[in-house]
Ligand binder design. Structure first.
Ligand SMILES: C[S@@+](CC[C@H](N)C(=O)[O-])C[C@H]1O[C@@H](n2cnc3c(N)ncnc32)[C@H](O)[C@@H]1O
Length: 226
């Protein structure tokens, strides 16, 4: 949101919202469906999720897509969200670890420990500097062949979804927390040239435009010489 103290306000917002975040399922679930259909979670050994929220997507992955040996690590800025995810995933035991923290300040993980980094409806609330930091961290923790799996609000294509997206931007400009700090974006542009997308799907759900993508980091030298 680019205003000093924003992160504390964002954290307070998501602490207060808590389980209310699940009311966004009507447009989030179709993006989750696309990620599950395209990101080959069945082959994953270690999944890292940035901004896990209430743990709704994590539960779906653990219940229906990951093998029993695959591990899950979730991070969220909000302690309330961390506690909700911990309770939700308690039945999966030691395979899951959930911590509170700011992903832009760094992921508490070693290099190359993950083969999927998941971010659903998180890139759309980060500042450009935070986005760059979080993407660098995703690149660092992904093992060779690992994949970033992301979903976000999208700018829309048809007139109705573009109008809704315009309205969303307007509210974001005036009172960003009214829309959870989120604003529509174009995922491939947000990832930038350092990532190679293997799929990118855009949809409109009741005129709310959403998108999902999976992408692999290109070698860092690609940026310099490519
Ligand atoms: C719009 S919610 C989406 C939650 C969940 N991923 C979903 O799709 O339902 C954004 C989440 O990202 C978390 N978040 C925001 N900035 C963050 C940061 N810098 N590091 C970690 N989590 C962050 C918020 O606390 C919130 O739980």
């Amino acid at each position: 949101m680019n205003i000093p103290g924003d992160q504390a306000r964002l954290q307070a917002h998501y602490d207060a919202l808590g389980a209310g975040q699940d009311a966004e399922a009507w447009y989030e679930d179709p993006a989750f469906d696309d990620l599950c259909a395209n990101c080959r979670f069945e082959e994953a050994r270690a999944v890292v999720e940035v901004g896990c929220g209430t743990g709704r997507f994590a539960e779906r992955l653990l219940r229906s897509h990951l093998t029993p040996r695959a591990t899950y690590f979730g991070l969220d800025l909000s302690t309330v969200m961390v506690n909700l995810t911990r309770s939700r995933l308690a039945e999966f035991g030691a395979r899951c670890r959930i911590e509170q923290g700011d992903a832009a300040a760094g992921l508490p993980l070693g290099e190359g420990v993950a083969d999927r980094v998941v971010m659903t409806f998180v890139l759309d609330l980060l500042t450009p500097a935070e986005t760059a930091a979080v993407l660098d961290e995703a690149r660092r923790v992904l093992a060779p062949g690992g994949v970033l799996c992301a979903a976000s609000l999208d700018r829309g294509r048809g007139l109705a979804s573009r109008l809704r997206s315009f309205g969303w931007n307007l509210v974001h400009a005036i009172a960003p927390l009214k829309v959870g700090g989120c604003r529509p974006l174009t995922l491939p542009d947000t990832l930038g040239p350092g990532w190679s997308a293997s799929y990118y799907v855009r949809r409109s759900i009741r005129n709310c435009a959403i998108a999902s993508i999976s992408a692999q980091p290109l070698p860092e030298s690609w940026d310099e010489h490519g």
